[in-house]
Write a protein that binds this ligand. Structure first.
Ligand code: ATP
Ligand code: MG
Length: 199
């Protein structure tokens, strides 16, 4: 074996030892609260990707779309007939499209009433609250009852919340927070939103 192969082997063995020690330390089994935030593209699709994983393991999932962006997304068409999945489209549309605050608040409260119900149902393993963060940004929902329900949810239940900005109290109780950064987006180069890519 050459010296560089030997060095590589040693380096990898050290890395493996560090990794194994970390894995040995992570022994707790419970659901997690995951936040996917930031201005880049990939938050909702990542949440749905994780849901595909959960479904693949036979877990029961639900999606609540707090803002209805499009009538029928590809993911909704693809997943809606899954046995272990309930998919709820709650929002009326984007705020700047509806321009009707009272109607938006009513939709937000309806969506939250449903979310709260799912958060107390231990038959659900994974809940995706898509674009929920805007409810706090526009003050359509109070954050305190949401925090209380998230804290009181069944031990093994995981929740993913997406949205460009997140309310600080939700960040404070999250287990995993990923920021999807916007470095470049085809839209700004004049590329039209495409079925199968954007929705
Ligand atoms: P995706 O659904 O593709 O995972 P997302 O959930 O991260 O995207 P949102 O902020 O929910 O993004 O925006 C929804 C729509 O806006 C999607 O069609 C997405 O492709 C598009 N989009 C996301 N980020 C940007 C951006 N930085 N500039 C322009 N369009 C964007
Ligand atoms: Mg999204």
């Amino acid at each position: 074996m050459s010296t560089s192969d030997d060095l590589h082997k040693k380096k990898m063995a050290t890395k493996k030892a560090v990794k194994d020690a970390r894995i040995a330390q992570a022994t707790e089994e419970r659901g997690v609260l995951i936040l996917l935030k930031g201005n880049g593209k990939g938050k909702s699709s990542s949440a749905i990707g994780t849901m595909a994983r959960a479904l693949g393991h036979g877990k029961r999932c639900a999606v609540i779309q707090f803002i209805k962006g499009r009538n029928e997304t590809g993911e909704y068409r693809f997943f809606r007939d899954q046995d272990n999945l309930d998919w709820f489209i709650m929002g009326q549309g984007f705020t700047w499209e509806t321009q009707d605050k009272a109607q938006d608040i009513e939709a937000a409260q309806k969506a939250w009433a449903l979310a709260e119900k799912l958060l107390s149902d231990d038959t659900y393993d994974l809940l995706v609250f898509d674009e929920m963060s805007y409810m706090f940004k526009y003050e359509y929902l109070d954050v305190e009852p949401v925090i209380a329900a998230l804290k009181a949810r069944p031990k093994m239940q995981s929740v993913i919340i997406t949205g460009r900005t997140m309310a600080t109290p939700i960040q404070d109780i999250a287990d995993t927070i990923s920021v999807v950064q916007d470095e470049r987006h085809a839209f700004r180069q004049g590329v039209k939103a495409q079925a199968g890519i954007e929705f």
